[in-house]
Design a protein around this ligand. Structure first.
Ligand SMILES: *[C@@H]1O[C@H](CO)[C@@H](O)[C@H](O)[C@H]1NC(C)=O
Ligand SMILES: *[C@@H]1O[C@H](CO)[C@@H](O)[C@H](O)[C@H]1NC(C)=O
Ligand SMILES: *[C@@H]1O[C@H](CO)[C@@H](O)[C@H](O)[C@H]1NC(C)=O
Ligand SMILES: *[C@@H]1O[C@H](CO)[C@@H](O)[C@H](O)[C@H]1NC(C)=O
Ligand SMILES: *[C@@H]1O[C@H](CO)[C@@H](O)[C@H](O)[C@H]1NC(C)=O
Length: 415
């Protein structure tokens, strides 16, 4: 019996936990955890931070389906220490109080030189305590804690005119955060009457605190929903922002039809130079991930050969009603996809992925269908070692530098 299944069995037998004593928490015990979703993740220094989203769990001995709400908003920001190794079962989740109600699907931008991250947009869960447009900034204390504060814009008139949304694709360079596309609704914007697909792209300069919004010529897409974006720092003179999956919903009409919207495929990839906003495309080869695909998870790694690899896992195909568990690595500059082992914990959408330590991808949360099926991944955490190309249940704080896997290296050697 593995460590996690024996813990689970102990809990189901009522050993080690007093039956009926569980209270709602943002970090349930291993045996009480069901699902987490819509949570944003980033790394600053020695900690990974989880913010926003909702979760389901056992409360007072009752499974989520027997509770008045099957899922609850997360009220804390969570930190996990990356300076020490841990397993997905033993990882200790440290809770940091959050003074505002938590939102799902928010965009986050990380400023590594200032050592802070920003959260903007997303959906108020159950519409509780909605407020006017505001950008929130988290300043960590680098000991696992930190504090939230509102960050005032340098150009308040433009900022006030911006619609807060969800389902946009976000990424940031060293100085600018981008949010491409998205959808505004009565859940994302205080006192909004109608659901509306937002054209264009928002940019936030993290140094000058200036906001910008633009469509054609500025935004690489007319509309984009449900995609994932990723900044590749070492390709081209200014790096590249790459976009994965998503659909093109029409701007007109109040009820977006996700099932029949044209999907962006993963064979012909779109990306842009974040300094010039010039848009490019490139056709990829290898095992191209099937689409439509929204709510997928990506994380990226700079390799020692001057290239870059991006891992993409899971997601949702609403047209064919498929939730994916397949996993791929896109290698740059070759633009070649390699399929690796499927997720060991099954189908998953709305998870968030981030590079941790030297060469591991950490996936946080994700749901299969709803909140009532227990996640086989302990605490909703999964790890993938990029060099060994293997799923693991152990985070290795002492892993060697990332090197491209032999499989991918061979592709380059063979030209
Ligand atoms: C967070 O706080 C809200 C409001 O008090 C509550 O409804 C919700 O259950 C809390 N969530 C958790 C996980 O404790
Ligand atoms: C959940 O609710 C169902 C239907 O009311 C009931 O039969 C079942 O015993 C409950 N389970 C638990 C663990 O409370
Ligand atoms: C909403 O506001 C009320 C009143 O200020 C407060 O008691 C409650 O905790 C807030 N709920 C959340 C989820 O923040
Ligand atoms: C950005 O500008 C476009 C064009 O004016 C507008 O339709 C869209 O709603 C704006 N985006 C946001 C996030 O406010
Ligand atoms: C790839 O997509 C772009 C639009 O972003 C299009 O202009 C281009 O023709 C496509 N290339 C191929 C080979 O399909």
């Amino acid at each position: 019996m593995t460590r996690s299944s024996s813990l689970l069995a102990a809990a189901l037998l009522g050993l080690g936990s007093v039956a009926g004593a569980q209270k709602l928490t943002d970090a349930p015990a291993l045996a009480d955890y069901y699902r987490r979703g819509g949570t944003a993740v980033t790394v600053i220094g020695n900690y990974v931070y989880l913010d926003g989203g909702e979760l389901s769990q056992v409360v007072d001995g009752k499974p989520p389906s027997n509770q008045s709400y099957i899922s609850n908003m997360m009220n804390s920001t969570i930190s996990i220490d990356l300076s020490k190794s841990w397993t997905t079962s033993s990882a200790s989740l440290h809770l940091i109080p959050r003074p505002w109600p938590s939102k799902s699907n928010q965009a986050i931008w990380t400023d590594p030189s200032a050592g802070v991250f920003y959260a903007w947009g997303g959906k108020w869960i159950r519409g509780v305590n909605m407020s006017e447009n505001a950008l929130m900034k988290f300043t960590p204390d680098n000991r696992g804690g930190g504090a939230w504060a509102e960050e005032p814009p340098a150009n308040p008139d433009l900022f006030k005119s911006l619609h807060q949304s969800e389902w946009g694709a976000y990424a940031n360079t060293a100085d600018t955060g981008f949010l491409i596309g998205g959808l505004a609704s009565g859940w994302t914007e205080y006192r909004r009457a109608q659901t509306q697909v937002l054209p264009g792209m928002v940019a936030f300069n993290m140094k000058s605190k200036t906001w910008h919004n633009g469509t054609a010529g500025f935004s690489p897409f007319d509309t984009l929903n449900g995609a994932a974006a990723h900044f590749v720092p070492n390709m081209g003179p200014n790096g590249l922002v790459m976009v994965f999956g998503g659909v093109e919903l029409p701007v007109v009409g109040a009820n977006p039809d996700w099932e029949s919207a044209p999907a962006f495929d993963l064979r012909n990839l779109t990306f842009f130079d974040p300094a010039t906003n010039k848009k490019y495309w490139q056709v990829t080869t290898g095992s191209v991930p099937p689409t439509p695909r929204i709510q997928t998870c990506v994380a990226g790694f700079r390799n020692q050969e001057g290239g870059y690899e991006i891992i993409l896992t899971g997601g949702n195909n609403r047209r064919d009603k498929i939730v994916y568990d397949d996993t791929y690595i896109l290698s740059l500059p070759g633009f070649v996809w390699t399929r690796v082992a499927d997720s060991p914990a099954g189908k998953r959408m709305s998870a968030s992925c981030v590079a941790v330590g030297k060469r591991q991808m950490l996936s946080v949360g994700g749901t299969r269908t709803d909140w009532t099926n227990r996640d086989p991944a302990p605490q909703g955490l999964l790890l993938f070692d990029m060099t060994e190309m293997k799923w693991k249940d152990e985070y290795d704080a002492n892993a060697a530098e990332y090197q491209r896997s032999e499989d991918i290296g061979r592709w380059y050697k063979n030209g």
